[in-house]
Design a protein around this ligand. Structure first.
Ligand code: FAD
Length: 426
């Protein structure tokens, strides 16, 4: 569709939705753009919510993707605190929870993800929190003070970042992880072990291979006078985590960080093809030619790896926003990017590029004990598939280039600090 007077509606005013609106104008879209979001804030960045924002080191303006005035100045109609409740694909309208409708010629779904709920008794107790939105971060921040005991359930990125931020705020922190190692789904064993040692050295308690049986709360007075445990939602506050092995970890606050689920219910109800996310093609088009989907809510093809995956990262949200906007404006699609991700914990910056889908060997460059190193993941024919770099930006950049260029590099050359990485990537 050429830029013209057609109407685009974007549902979800997060990282992907906000970027798509801006890209559309940048690429010359002349029709109307309506950006609908259920949160009260204009599009903002979520990464600081577990890092600088949580530690009270960032101000509200720095969270925003673009200044609030940008949208009106760019003729983007921003409708905040509006939840989309349904899509009528025949009538090409989005039904809002307020009862209003928004008509579209092209629709972009940028619905993000939702925190996976913890399915155990006591999950509804007061001070059992999750972290997805700025409002969630404010609740968590208000609960974290010197001496407060935080139990983090889930040793993934968000859980570990929150544990690090909690320590910076003077709180006690213990991370409870069901798997035998931290970051089990997303990082190599070497990296898991590195972060385990870093957190332990900063006083974070670590319970690995520990299954949560229940969350326990303050007792409330039963009508008969006897103290009973507070039922869910009754206002009792969490006081401990009961593990399946019978042990109890006392705490004042629980952060549930057990992953996220694609927010694809709206798309499923509208009959779009979904399978762990809204299925899209290389231009971010869904199974309905009038509807695009971008960001965390999608499952997208990864041409570099010949598969389709659901990614949860800012670079992915930005790349897909560009794909959809380019396609809508009749432009050439942007070249496929190497997926990448970062995480900040203490003074450690982890950067990961690529996915070790067919990797069978690793090469470590640098010294984990020195705090700066990279783990390269290679396929059987030495093609570089992924790199995990800690405080090693040059290794990250070179590794990303090698992946994009499908370079075959010998593991010994990667290990040898005397060999210039740029040359190996060339
Ligand atoms: P979101 O940014 O979540 O936006 C989706 C928006 O849609 C939300 O505002 C939601 O309220 C709205 N919405 C949903 N349904 C409706 C509806 N029916 N009607 C109206 N609005 C609706 N990524 C990194 O790369 N590096 C990091 O260090 C990193 N740290 C993170 C830390 C935290 C605490 C979190 C939560 C995420 C982090 N991420 C990080 C992931 C990154 O923030 C996401 O991948 C990115 O925000 C995805 O953008 P999105 O637009 O797809 O989803």
């Amino acid at each position: 569709m050429q830029p013209g007077p057609a109407r685009i509606v974007i549902v979800g005013a997060g990282h992907a939705g906000g970027a798509a609106a801006a890209n559309l104008r940048q690429y010359g879209w002349r029709g109307s753009i309506t950006l609908i979001g259920e949160e009260p804030l204009p599009p903002y960045q979520r990464p600081p919510l577990s890092k600088a924002w949580l530690k009270r080191e960032a101000d509200a303006d720095s969270l925003l993707l673009r200044p609030a005035a940008f949208y009106a100045a760019s003729d983007i109609f921003l409708r905040l605190e509006q939840r989309a409740a349904g899509i009528d694909r025949q009538a090409r309208t989005v039904l809002l929870a307020s009862g209003e409708t928004a008509e579209y010629d092209r629709l972009i779904l940028a619905l993000g993800a939702v925190a996976r709920p913890l399915d155990v008794a006591g999950a509804g107790l007061r001070n059992v929190l999750s972290l997805r939105s700025a409002a969630d971060a404010d609740r968590l921040q208000a609960a974290l003070h010197p001496g407060v005991r935080l139990a983090v359930i889930g040793g993934g990125y968000i859980g570990l970042e929150v544990a690090a931020s909690a320590r910076a705020l003077g709180a006690e922190a213990v991370v409870i992880e069901r798997e035998a190692r931290l970051l089990a789904r997303v990082a190599s064993p070497l990296l898991s072990d590195f972060f385990r040692r870093q957190h332990a050295a900063r006083g974070v308690g670590l319970e690995l291979g520990a299954a949560v049986e229940a969350l326990e709360g303050t007792e409330v007075e039963a009508p008969g006078g006897a103290g009973v445990e507070a039922p869910e939602g009754a206002g009792g506050a969490v006081t401990g985590v009961r593990l399946r092995d019978g042990r109890r970890i006392a705490c004042d606050v629980v952060l549930v960080g057990v992953g996220a689920l694609p927010n694809d219910a709206l798309a499923r109800a509208a009959g779009l093809a979904c399978d762990n996310g809204i299925m899209v093609d290389a231009a971010s088009r869904s199974s309905d030619p009038a509807i695009y989907a971008i960001g965390d809510c999608t499952r997208r093809p990864l041409p570099l790896y010949g598969c389709s995956v659901r990614l949860e990262s800012v670079p992915n949200a930005l790349e897909m926003a560009k794909q959809a906007a380019a396609d809508l404006c009749g432009r050439k699609p942007p070249p496929p990017e190497v997926p990448w991700f970062w995480s900040d914990q203490y003074e450690l910056r982890l950067q990961i590029a690529g996915l070790p889908i067919d990797a069978v060997q690793t090469a470590v460059r640098g010294d984990p004990d020195g705090g700066s190193f990279a783990v390269f993941h290679l396929a059987a024919d030495d093609t570089v598939q992924a790199v995990e770099a800690v405080n090693a930006p040059a290794e990250f950049m070179a590794g990303k280039l090698m992946i994009a260029r499908r370079r075959r590099v010998s593991p010994d050359a990667l290990r040898d600090k005397a060999r210039a990485l740029q040359q190996l990537a060339a």
